[in-house]
Design a protein around this ligand. Sequence first.
Ligand SMILES: Nc1nc2c(ncn2[C@@H]2O[C@H](COP(=O)(O)OP(=O)(O)OP(=O)(O)O)[C@@H](O)[C@H]2O)c(=O)[nH]1
Ligand SMILES: [Mg+2]
Length: 207
Amino acid sequence: MTRIPFFDIVRDAMRGAKRTQTDAVESKAGEAEETPRRRVMIVGNPNVGKSVLFNRLTGHYMVVSNYPGTTVEVARGRMRLGETLYEVVDTPGMYSLRPLSEEERVGRALILNEAADAVLHVADAKNLERMLPFTLQLIEAGLPVILVVNMMDEAERIGVKIDMEALQDAVGVPVVGTAVLSGRGLEELRNAIDEFIRSRTPAAVSV
Ligand SMILES: Nc1nc2c(ncn2[C@@H]2O[C@H](COP(=O)(O)OP(=O)(O)OP(=O)(O)O)[C@@H](O)[C@H]2O)c(=O)[nH]1
Ligand SMILES: [Mg+2]
C-alpha cells in the first residue's frame, strides 16, 4: 500500500481549491454579463427572408433550441442599438395566428407569450397583397408591428412597384423596404426599430 504524504494531500487539496476559485471568478464574470432589456420578434410566412434578416441583425452569436415539447427550432440572438441590448427571436414560418401546423403553434405561442417590444413582420414584396392580411391580424392583436417589405430586389426585377409611404399610411405602422440578402434597407430598419421603441417608451420624468 502506498502512503501519500500529508503534505501532498494538502497541496492537491489546495490545487483543487484554486481551481474552484478560478471557476467561481469565471462564472461570476458570466453572471455579470449584460442581459438584454428589450426583445424583437421576427415573424412572417415561410421563405420570406426571416432567418437571413435574423443573421444580419444579430451577427454570429445565436442559441438554437427546440421549443419546449416540440421538434420546432427557435433561434435567439442579440443586437445592440445605441445603448440598448436586444434579444432577437427568429420564429418558424406561419401564415396566420390561427395555427394549423406545429410550426404555426410554436410561432403563435412565441408571439403571444413572449412580450416583444417590436414584432417585425417580414413580407415578400413580390406577393405583398397575400401577406398583408397577416400584418393586419398582428396589428389587431395589439402587437407592436413594424412591416418589413423584403425581397425588394426581386420585386423590382419583375416590375413590381410599391409606394411605401402610401402603404405606411394605409396600415398605420412603420414600413421599411429591404433586400436583406444584400443588406439593403438594414440601416433604415435598425433606425426604425430604435425610433419605434423610443416613441412607445414613456420618457423618464426629470425632477
Ligand atoms: N433575392 C433575395 N433573396 C432573399 C432575400 N432575403 C432572403 N432571400 C433568400 O430567400 C430564401 C429564404 O430565406 P430565409 O431567410 O431562409 O427565409 P425564412 O423566412 O427564414 O424561411 P422559413 O424559416 O422557412 O420560414 C433564401 O434562399 C434566402 O437567401 C432578399 O432580400 N432578396
Ligand atoms: Mg427561417
